[in-house]
Ligand binder design. Structure first.
Ligand SMILES: Nc1ncnc2c1ncn2[C@@H]1O[C@H](COP(=O)(O)OP(=O)(O)OP(=O)(O)O)[C@@H](O)[C@H]1O
Ligand SMILES: [Mg+2]
Length: 316
């Protein structure tokens, strides 16, 4: 399989009044073509910033971004525009990304005409094809975003993202605002589209059940850093980082014979502003020791399974 997206030592810092906020800090991974990389972690750990930096909605502070082997870290102008068309994003709340004064068909037609320069008749055909793929009926073409329910609004957001024939899509919590019954429909739609088009995806969420359903590989983030990475089932069966174990223990379980011990996290989230070099999770970690004060590196300790905890082997 070919690598579609790769980031090496990617960082995104923000200058804030109190110092430098390390939203994404030295993150490296690659995603194989046609697969989904799930990104999980608590609010504020840098999931959205990571996704947005990869697709150039934000400019990186350091590191490199590769797309099909090509270094796109510093592309500009026309080249950037071309690259950006191949990389789309689907937001949690399509309401904020959809123009409230345009009908949904106008919104999906726009990129077909303006960016793909399709002649009118062809654009109409393509519009119908896209709307059909995402399950939007023709009778809704003249509706405005506020007239649709959340699920249909998200379907329009997906149609708009697909309009430019992207190869890579960042899904930033696309189902978090939806009812659970609708969530499954949208997840299945995304998985079908991926199968049909061979799309590569990043799927950002804080919902462990959702990420298990949709991801091939999962990266667990904590305060800007990747603390664990593995194939989905490997991560769920053999979580190695104490933070991942805590996240998994919070999933409600229906197995009464083997109830999971919920691991309560003590202490507060450390500040992402000018962080100290050691493990950022240590202040809340039940297993923290002296060694955790040193900088931690992601290292492989099971096949294809990377973790940054210095005690991972002994805690297995
Ligand atoms: N434009 C910005 N300026 C300053 N700080 C920012 C900016 N954007 C994000 N941050 C900070 O960067 C950190 C990571 O934010 P980010 O939105 O990427 O987190 P997240 O994991 O997506 O959280 P959530 O689950 O709430 O969406 C947070 O501390 C946030 O306050
Ligand atoms: Mg976010």
């Amino acid at each position: 399989m070919e690598t579609a997206v790769e980031v090496k030592h990617l960082s995104k810092y923000f200058d804030v009044p109190a110092g430098t906020l390390h939203a994404v800090d030295d993150v490296s991974f690659s995603i194989e073509e046609g697969t989904t990389m799930g990104i999980v972690g608590e609010s504020g750990c840098g999931k959205s910033t990571l996704g947005r930096t990869i697709i150039h909605l934000l400019s990186p502070t350091g590191g490199q971004i590769f797309f099909h082997g090509r270094d796109i870290t510093d592309v500009e102008g026309k080249d950037l525009k071309k690259v950006r068309e191949k990389m789309q994003i689907i937001f949690q709340d399509p309401y904020s990304s959809l123009n409230p004064r345009m009908t949904i068909s106008q919104m999906v037609r726009e990129p077909l005409r303006v960016s793909r320069h399709l002649p009118k008749a062809e654009a109409e055909q393509e519009l119908d094809r896209l709307m059909k793929r995402v399950g939007i009926e023709k009778r809704l073409y003249d509706a405005y975003p506020h007239e649709l329910d959340g699920g249909r609004r998200q379907r329009v957001g997906i149609a708009r993202a697909l309009a430019l024939n992207p190869e890579f899509i960042v899904c930033d919590e696309p189902v978090s605002a939806l009812d659970v019954s609708i969530q499954a429909q949208i997840l299945n739609l995304l998985m079908d589209l991926q199968d049909e088009d061979g799309l590569t995806m990043i799927f950002v969420t804080h919902d462990m059940s959702v990420v298990r359903h949709i991801s091939d590989r999962i990266g667990v983030m904590y305060l800007g850093q990747m603390v664990e990475m593995a194939e989905t089932e490997e991560l769920f069966e053999h979580p190695l980082h104490p933070y991942t174990k805590a996240l998994l223990s919070a999933i409600p379980t229906i197995n009464i014979h083997q109830p999971m011990q919920r691991i309560a996290l003590k202490g507060e989230l450390t500040s992402p502003i000018d962080p100290k070099p050691g493990c950022r999770f240590a202040p809340r970690c039940p297993h923290a020791c002296e060694k955790c004060q040193a900088a931690q590196q992601l290292r492989q300790i099971r096949e294809g399974h990377l973790v940054s905890c210095c005690r991972a082997e002994e805690l297995q």
